[in-house]
Write a protein that binds this ligand. Structure first.
Ligand SMILES: [Zn+2]
Ligand SMILES: [Zn+2]
Length: 409
């Protein structure tokens, strides 16, 4: 069983762990070591360079649905500040740190962004309304919005105040966040289209117009009930069937809960779960507006229930899935195994015997109790497709390399 003590910052097994030394350059991560300025510079450099690339190649890197809404003068002013801050933070890290990797990359990214036009970069290229794109702008917007909401929320109302922002596994989860945003067009197409094409005809036009003409709030409630019922059983099957568990196990491999942890989902898990969850929505014919509100509720609730916040929500917790409810789903404690499958409404767990929510008590550890999946995005994407013996060899080799690196420090 994978025990994880949140007050402990040292994790010799994890290549992503925030230990006393950074895996990036092997140097200390304490305050004043140039680690925070380096990471800050890297993130701002990435945001700045990404933003300039969106201006340079809008057809490739921006979502057609969002382009007309961007307040360009405000974005340019913000971009200017971001690039200056990335350069300054990179310089601070360069001065404080013996290893110049982080500071150097942060400065290089801010200079590359400046060379590509900086905050005054014109919008280049032919912009077509449809066509393949990568959601780089979607990633940047989500990163800015969710970190602005959740980083302060998790600081002020932390369940585990000692848990750092750059905790164990944050780079893996950020990569999931990045990849899922970039691939938004592909995943939307692969999950919405099959349900729409294959099931939209299954009900009569009069039935569909009766459903779509209901009050919007009522439609949203119906959608939440129906989708969570479907999601509940798919989720339960992902836990029950060994082949499916290998994919879903990736989501449970996180040993530290925060808003970013919910991003860790294998692509197959995402496509199967979402693809099947959308089927009743298209079959029943809910209105587009109700579906958009449902998409917003799913995103907000799925992020929030993973957050490192201590809210218990009083009696509301019997009606809605809360962080406490979903934290128990992620726990590796025996009392919590295969419990709390719902994402929106705990009623399905209450009805089908999988409800577990001890009053005012939170799990003490998270993770999986069987074979531990490897660390890192690509390894985790490959892991479910490998045989058990092959996976064991890959993980053993990875652990050996990690041990060697630590001994060489
Ligand atoms: Zn699960
Ligand atoms: Zn989860």
């Amino acid at each position: 069983m994978n025990q994880n003590n949140f007050s402990e910052s040292h994790d010799s097994e994890s290549p992503d762990a925030v230990t006393t030394h950074s895996r990036l350059d092997g140097e200390p991560v304490r305050f004043g070591s140039g680690w925070m300025s380096g990471v800050g510079g890297l993130i701002l450099g990435l945001v700045g360079l990404g933003c300039v690339l969106c201006f340079q190649f809008p057809d490739w890197f921006t979502m057609p649905q969002l382009r007309e809404y961007y307040p360009l003068p405000v974005i340019r002013a913000m971009l200017h500040l971001v690039l200056v801050a990335a350069f300054l933070l990179g310089s601070v890290s360069l001065i404080l740190r013996r290893n110049k990797l982080m500071g150097g990359i942060a400065i290089a990214m801010s200079l590359a962004a400046a060379l590509l036009g900086g905050s005054q970069v014109p919008v280049h290229g032919e912009v077509t309304p449809e066509g393949p794109f990568l959601g780089l702008d979607w990633f940047l917007l989500n990163l800015i919005f969710w970190s602005a909401v959740f980083i302060p929320l998790e600081r002020f109302f932390a369940l585990r105040p000692e848990q750092p922002i750059f905790r164990h596994g944050w780079r893996t989860d950020l990569t999931y966040f990045f990849a899922s945003s970039l691939l938004i067009q592909v995943t939307t197409l692969l999950t919405l289209k099959p349900a729409q094409v294959l099931f939209a005809w299954t009900t009569s036009a009069s039935w569909r117009s009766a459903i779509a003409s209901q009050n919007g709030f009522l439609q949203l409630l119906e959608i939440l009930l129906i989708t969570d019922f479907v999601q509940y059983w798919i989720h339960r099957l992902f836990h029950r069937i060994p082949l499916l568990w290998r994919f879903h196990q990736i989501h449970h491999s996180t040993e530290t809960m925060d808003w970013l942890a919910g991003s860790r989902l294998h692509l197959v898990d995402v496509l199967v779960t979402r693809g099947l969850t959308y089927v009743p929505l298209f079959a029943l014919g809910f209105s587009d507006t109700a579906m958009v509100f449902y998409a917003i509720v799913v995103t907000v609730q799925a992020t929030f229930i993973h957050a490192n916040v201590r809210f218990c929500f009083g009696p509301l917790r019997y009606l809605l899935a809360t962080p406490q409810f979903h934290h128990w789903h992620h726990s590796d404690q025996p009392e919590a195994i295969d419990k709390n499958f719902a994402v929106h409404l705990p009623i399905w767990d209450m009805l089908f015997g999988s409800y577990h929510l001890p009053r005012n008590r939170w799990p003490s550890s998270y993770g999986v109790t069987d074979a531990k999946p490897p660390h890192g995005y690509l390894r985790q994407m490959l892991y479910p497709f490998l045989s058990k013996s092959k996976s064991a060899r890959v993980i053993a080799e990875m652990d050996k390399q990690q041990k060697n690196r630590q001994e060489n420090r």
